[in-house]
Write a protein that binds this ligand. Structure first.
Ligand code: PLP
Length: 403
């Protein structure tokens, strides 16, 4: 009945958790939601003021399909200031979030017969979009023991004669891993020598907690500007997920191809959202730092709470706003046997929504978003620990032997 391509594509599992939590809430249950992949902060005032002004000025019609010139220039300027990379505004296209930026890019660059190397645990849309483009996704596994670092040699050894591109996400969802410049340099040198595209998903670029040199755009630009594509978004940095505003920056033919795809699918990003994005980019940037500091203190505090049970093995994330603990020590063949089942029971019994690792290609893990208040984190983690201690389907923690 459906098109053949649908045999391969699944709908977004990360959005599913939110739906299930919302369904429970509608029945009157007080759910703590750690599933959300979005900031709990409000959109900055500068964006809201600009949006209201756009409505009042009747700026409510189609815009150029690649976006309004002022916004493209503001995005290019941000990358100039933040990373020292030079792009003219014509090499920027405004998209409906980072998701459409990555989708347009995959559709523009990849097709049947191509392999595209990426990494797992990773954001599921990247592999699904590669498949939608008709290409084959090749995922390189990162390990908790390495802090989920994307080891450059693993990427390099996954390259074949059919590899057309590499898509990297840093800081990473769901792991929070931040790619050091030196690792990307190794991948870029190899990609440049083979003429392979490198697409960088920088959606969480302003959410980095540690001093890890992260001028990834410059690393690529210095080595292979003609094969570099950068995607970014207003969503996480400015708490603007609902406005749907992101971008692709890259060589002119790629940006033109993304524009052609967009011209036949969604046309332009909502005119009001574009003005809002312009307002946020041109406004005071203190809010970005304030949000980062708040996420940092939540991360540090909540990581401490998880230490109550050593079977929750947590790597403290360096970026983004997710914990990605290994909970395989809580699973057993006779009890709760998978992280998907764990997440299901946790939601039904303790009313805490988390995303199982299966959604990111990593069974045995959970993604717990800390883009929620400290009070919610405290209560949600309390419920989670209580669930672990009281469920008769989870082995009891063995008492420490007496000395
Ligand atoms: C790794 C990653 N890339 C891109 C996106 C796209 O976000 P948006 O379309 O809201 O910009 C997300 C959203 O969760 C993400 O986690």
């Amino acid at each position: 009945m459906l098109a053949k391509r649908m045999e391969q594509v699944a709908s977004s599992p990360t959005l599913q958790v939110g739906l299930e939590a919302a369904r429970l809430r509608r029945t009157g249950v007080e759910v703590i939601d750690f599933g959300a992949g979005e900031p709990d902060f409000t959109t900055p005032e500068d964006a809201k003021v600009a949006a209201r002004a756009a409505i009042d000025a009747n700026f409510t019609k189609y815009t150029a399909n690649a976006g309004i010139d002022e916004l493209k220039a503001a995005i290019a300027n941000r990358y100039r200031v933040d990373y020292g990379v030079e792009y003219p505004a014509q090499q920027v296209i405004v998209t409906a979030g980072g998701k459409q930026a990555l989708y347009n890019t995959s559709m523009a660059l990849f097709g049947p017969g191509d392999e595209v190397v990426t990494h797992s645990p990773g954001w599921p849309s990247i592999t699904e979009q590669i498949k939608l483009a008709g290409a084959q996704a090749v995922s390189v596994r990162t390990q908790a023991a390495d802090g989920f670092r994307i080891l450059p040699e693993t990427i390099v050894s996954a390259l074949t004669a059919r590899t057309k591109g590499v898509i990297l996400n840093s800081p990473g969802n769901p792991t929070g891993a931040v790619m050091p410049e030196s690792d990307l340099a190794i991948i870029a040198d190899e990609a440049a020598s083979r003429g392979i595209w490198v697409v960088l998903d920088l959606c969480y670029e302003r959410l980095i907690y540690e001093e890890i040199p992260h001028n990834l755009p410059k690393i690529l630009n210095d080595r292979m500007p003609e094969r570099t594509v950068l995607t970014g978004s207003m969503s996480k940095t400015y708490a603007m997920t609902g406005w749907r505003c992101g971008w692709v920056i890259g060589p002119a033919p790629v940006v033109a191809a993304c524009g052609a795809i967009q011209s036949h699918t969604t046309s332009n990003v909502c005119s009001i959202s574009q003005r809002a994005a312009l307002g946020a980019l041109g406004g005071a940037q203190d809010c970005v730092q304030e949000m980062l500091e708040e996420y940092r203190s939540r991360r540090d505090q909540a990581a401490e709470w998880f230490t109550a049970d050593a079977r929750i093995r947590l790597v403290k994330p360096n970026g983004a706003f997710y914990f990605f603990p290994d909970i395989s020590g809580l699973l057993s063949p006779g009890g709760i046997s998978t992280s998907a089942e764990f997440a299901q029971e946790l939601l039904q019994q303790a009313h805490v929504a988390v995303t199982p690792g299966e959604a990111f290609g990593a069974p045995g893990f959970l993604r717990i978003s800390y883009a929620t208040s400290l009070e919610q984190l405290r209560e949600g983690i309390r419920r989670l620990l209580e669930f672990i201690n009281t469920s008769d389907r989870i082995p009891r923690l063995k008492p420490r032997p007496a000395l």
